[in-house]
Design a protein around this ligand. Structure first.
Ligand code: MG
Length: 356
């Protein structure tokens, strides 16, 4: 099987609720859809959901990178993924989103050619259920409390909550949410670097002690591993590295410095499934669990991540909720059992998704 041509197209989606986090708001999502056409007639699907605030990529720069990468892909056998990924990173080293789109399309092609789902190519089905948990965007405390309540009424038992402004208001948000949903619901605050320094963060975390919080995600600046390490050493609550942890080398540095207790893997930060497997391996070897985050990908990117989740039990949680809140999802095949809040691992060949 050889790649013959690549279709690259913008994919603009509207979230049902504007996603607001500490560093910005996302009323419209500008993604990129790719199709790798092969000489055997099989088509591999891939998606990039670039986030300029996290990787510096935009829809335009992703399309540009994919166009620059095209000559290196034509004529290649998708099974030569090690060589292809190296070539992609040589030509476009700062485009993990574009790389992830190519990576998942390669896995889609391999699976379709072998007539098996992607998780069978990367270790098999090591778990049969995958719990999802929704995200409450940053807003005024009563607005967040009402949305949190809605989610728990749907049956979700854990909530990611977006914080990261003035800690005073953030604590009000946690209090309002807890009052609305009860103390049994697990809260996973994502600070998105908003508490900036270690001292502010440590003081804020001490004040969160009365609440049912499982871990704190990326409280301090992405580039300041010293601050993250200081917080991790000072508090009992586990600290997660997200914006500080992009590529496998970042994961290695974080675990070696003890800068976080948990690593957040995202396909759009690390360059796709191939590199994500390496981060999971680093975490597992270091005794540091991973979670699988998302940048709100549609069913294509979310299915890619779901196969990874199925194959790696050391990834303890995932947030593949893009398909639940996007209007205009281009694909089907990412199914959620809303009675349990669990994603259903696709069994169809490749990523297991089809364009509508
Ligand atoms: Mg995060």
């Amino acid at each position: 099987m050889k790649i013959e041509r690549i279709e690259i197209a913008p994919l603009n989606l509207i979230p049902q609720v504007a996603l607001t986090v500490a560093y910005g708001s996302y009323p419209e999502l500008e993604y990129v859809l790719i199709k790798l056409h092969t000489d055997s007639g099989i088509i591999g699907l891939g998606e990039a959901s670039p986030d300029p605030a996290v990787t510096g990529e935009t829809q335009a720069s992703t399309i540009d990178a994919l166009e620059r990468l095209t000559p290196a892909l034509i004529g290649r056998d998708p099974f030569d993924i090690e060589a292809i990924i190296r070539e992609v990173e040589r030509i476009a080293p700062d485009h993990p989103g574009a790389e992830a789109a190519i990576d998942m399309a390669l896995y889609d092609l391999m699976g379709k050619q072998l007539n098996m789902p992607v998780h069978k190519l990367i270790g098999g089905k090591a778990r049969s259920t995958v719990d999802l948990y929704p995200v409450v965007p940053m807003d005024a405390p009563p607005v967040m409390a009402a949305m949190a309540r809605q989610f728990t009424e749907q049956g979700f038992r854990a909530l990611k909550i977006k914080l990261g402004s003035d800690p005073e208001i953030d604590i009000e948000r946690v209090k309002a949410i807890t009052e609305a949903v009860g103390g049994d619901i697990v809260l996973r605050p994502d600070i998105n670097q908003g508490w900036s320094d270690a001292e502010t963060t440590i003081a804020a975390i001490e004040r969160l002690a009365p609440y049912n919080i499982e871990y704190i995600e990326q409280p301090t600046a992405a580039s300041d591993l010293d601050a993250l390490a200081k917080v991790t050493a000072a508090v009992d609550l586990p600290i997660m590295a997200d914006e500080s942890c992009h590529r496998p080398a970042d994961a290695l540095e974080i675990v070696m410095r003890g800068a976080a207790d948990i690593l957040n893997i995202k396909l759009m930060k690390c360059g796709g499934i191939y590199r994500a497997l390496q981060i999971a391996a680093i975490g597992e070897a270091a005794g540091v669990p991973c979670i699988l985050g998302s940048m709100g990908e549609s069913s294509i990117g979310s299915a890619a991540a779901l196969h990874l989740m199925a194959a790696r039990p050391s990834i303890i949680a995932c947030e593949l909720i893009g398909p639940l809140f996007l209007s205009g999802d281009p694909a089907t095949g990412f199914e959620v059992d809303m009675s349990t809040g669990q994603a259903i691992i696709p069994e169809a060949p490749g990523l297991g998704v089809s364009l509508r």
